[in-house]
Design a protein around this ligand. Sequence first.
Ligand SMILES: Cc1ncc(COP(=O)(O)O)c(C=O)c1O
Length: 490
Amino acid sequence: MKQMSFADAEHSENVESLYGTTILHQFTGPSSKNGGCFKRHPLLVFHRLEGAMKDMESKEETRVGNVLAGWNHLSIVGPVHIKNASGARVQVATGEWYDDYIMGWGSCLLGHDSTIIKESITRSLSQGFLQQYETDKHRLLSERFCAVVPCAEKLRLVNSGLEATMYATRIARAVTGKRMILKFEGHFHGLNDSLTWNIDSSPRSGKVLASGELERLSGTVGIPDEYGMLTVPIPWNDTHAVQKAFEQYKGDVAGIILEPVALNIGCIRPDEGFLQELRALTSQHGALLIFDEVLTGFRANLGGAQKDFGVVPDIATYGKAFGCGMPIAGIAGKAEYMDIIAPRGPVQVSGTNTGRYLSVSAALAIIEHLADGAVFRYITALESQLKKGLWDVFDKHGIPCYLDSYGGRIGVHIGAYERPRTMKEIEKLYPVEFAKKLFYMLSNEYRLYGFLMPLSYCPEPVTLSAAHTPRMIEDACERLNSALKRLRFS
Ligand SMILES: Cc1ncc(COP(=O)(O)O)c(C=O)c1O
């Protein structure tokens, strides 16, 4: 992911006094009539207003903050303009190189300028763009993909994780004839209108309602409450709440969507047996189990988290490392479900830019390159080295810290003595102010890009790639050690 919202809580209290209620309501619309189940989003309202004012001030600015993606505006460190990227490093406009620990938000598994990808694209360019034509490479890619991903009997290509999860829920609804989708708090599935609920850009974690579900908290301004009414947010790792939701919406649950490892809240794995319970409950209630493997897919092994945990979902979604920086995403699943997609079935899943030839060529080259497992072994070794290094440094400074990792992505929960299980626990434990200061220092003075980045109230995992080196990891730990000598943890 990610949506960046680093505003101080006190800002949100001042929103009305700063801008006046009239302007505020233009942004929020009329208040909810849903008995307090929905809440508007004061922090995001504030950001929208603040952003709009700044843009008005700068008449020559044609971009809205960033033209590319809001979450690349690292508001703690200010605007960063990158002019080059190589291996696992980025060069900023002033010429300095930074070691990159964002890596395309988990996409760039092979680094920023992988020869494998460059060569595949260059070879394909000579054949024309082949926009919207099905080629042999499309066939080969789906064959290779279905050979390695356990749930995949068929694959349909799209462009982004957002599209993949949107279509996956559409397929679940079409297959089951039911409406409700259960999702877990903190799990991010792209900025879909119906899934952008109870995520880390929501103003806080949700209160548990009598039904066991959470109050619905939108993760952005601009989505009417009605969109959230078919989405049921539930605390992660809470089997009882899932059971209650199945009772509450008896006969009307189309599916459960989840990140099998909750990377968007700092890499929180499922409790022992939790995925198996979800598998059993969905089968029992005639709902589809959807794994969103946009982050977990192609990062730890070819089969993804479903292979690691031995739980096969009905449908899974892919993006990020599937294209390693090239724009491609996919929905895969059992033939009996995938065949509901047109032209075999009545469900529309298409787009002018889907299955672009250059991206398909790259994805095919990537899957072939990853087949022998060497990249995954290398990244796992780096991951162990960095985890150990981080533990040693935090321990040396007497700072409690819980760490977990998956596929070269390490969640660093500063302040936690033990593993948090839910977003609410993370919100309670995570020392946001300290994390912001540390992140600022590591970025500005130690040239680490995106290292130990706090998102609103949880940590963004540190991201490794095949282009990182053991020497870079040592350096990062030394720099962290030096920064912590100057920053008191309280
Ligand atoms: C788990 C997960 N699913 C879906 C998405 C959305 O993917 P995209 O940004 O390609 O729309 C993200 C993005 O961060 C993600 O982390």
